[in-house]
Design a protein around this ligand. Structure first.
Ligand code: SF4
Ligand code: ZN
Ligand code: ZN
Length: 309
């Protein structure tokens, strides 16, 4: 392995895509610089904005939360406890320990506490794809916390690998609307909805994992037991094999799309109405969350009990 490009010290990571290597200290500096660059380039938020970080306990969201705090941002965490056995207890513990160790604010929403059930059961009762049900529920609950606590920006840990896989999938299916909406900063489309940002888009999985390891940040390495990520995994494998042969492919593909390709796709703006049941913004008469909860025999109007620590 080559030595650190900055100080010629012991390398902690070799980044073939950038044709470079870094020692621990200079990799951490590099990682934070990439996060800063993404925040500035895509005009994500200002230094005095309060940011809500969606944290799962996995390497990406934990690295993101740590990086934003290290850069001096006002970043609070939100964790949804899905109630799926050891996976959920482990994820929650990691988020709680991190918040305690960094003196950061963490909000927790527990499905068991609010609805007396868990995500596995909700998926079973709705007979839909797990990640789509789970994503809808988490997004909805997050929006309620955003409104209750007065945030305007939500940050998620999507990284370079996630985004290139999503781009390839959207291109293979010619999903024009998704292509138009795939961007690291989506401004708010409604007074009650936050802007959504992805500050890790310049960094891959290897980088987020290395950052956590070098900084001693605990994360849950287990995959979610409900995950059906076969397609995105197949795209990631495909892109990684291209990256192996042609380093830098991911960055060229993704950043080129955002700089030049995306403008060719348009998304028809849809008017947001109020859900007939809960009053939240939706494109349908009754929002998807309310319909899913009703299908699962649960009351969609239960107010979220937000635990704060
Ligand atoms: Fe939810 Fe799917 Fe993520 Fe598991 S992998 S937490 S089911 S969105
Ligand atoms: Zn160095
Ligand atoms: Zn609703």
């Amino acid at each position: 392995m080559r030595r650190c490009i900055k100080c010629k010290g012991e390398p902690a990571i070799d980044l073939k895509s950038n044709n470079t290597a870094f020692c621990k200290e200079h990799f951490i500096e590099y990682f934070l610089r990439q996060v800063s660059r993404a925040i500035k380039k895509y005009n994500m938020f200002s230094s005095d904005e309060r940011i809500l970080v969606a944290v799962s306990g996995g390497k990406d969201s934990m690295a993101l939360w740590d990086a934003l705090l290290s850069l001096g941002y006002n970043a609070d965490g939100l964790h949804v406890d899905l109630g799926i056995g050891e996976y959920s207890t482990g994820s929650r513990r990691i988020c709680e320990n991190f918040a305690a160790s960094r003196g950061a604010r963490l909000y927790i929403l527990s499905l068991e506490d609010m609805y007396g059930t868990n995500m596995r059961e909700i998926v079973r009762r709705t007979r839909r794809v797990s990640c789509s049900v789970c994503g809808t529920v988490k997004r909805y609950l997050m929006n309620l916390v955003v409104q209750q606590k007065g945030y305007r920006v939500v940050a998620t840990g999507h990284n370079l690998d996630d985004e290139t896989a999503a781009l390839l999938g959207n291109l293979f299916g010619w999903q024009e609307g998704y292509l138009a909406r795939q961007y690291p900063h989506l401004p708010s489309t409604h007074a009650r909805l936050p802007a959504k940002v992805k500050p890790l888009v310049r960094l891959g999985e290897l980088e987020t994992e290395t950052y956590c390891r070098l900084k001693g940040i605990d994360f849950l390495a287990d995959d979610c037991p409900l995950a059906r990520g076969a397609t995105s995994l197949a795209y990631k494998e495909l892109i990684n094999s291209l990256e192996e042969k042609m380093p830098g492919t991911k960055q060229r593909f993704l950043f080129g799309f955002w700089d030049r390709g995306r403008r060719n796709f348009t998304d028809t703006p849809v008017e947001l109405k109020e859900c007939s049941l809960c009053g939240q913004p939706t494109t349908a008469g009754t929002c998807l969350f309310c319909r899913l909860m009703q299908k699962a025999g649960l009351d969609p109007l239960i107010q979220p009990q937000v635990q704060e620590m």
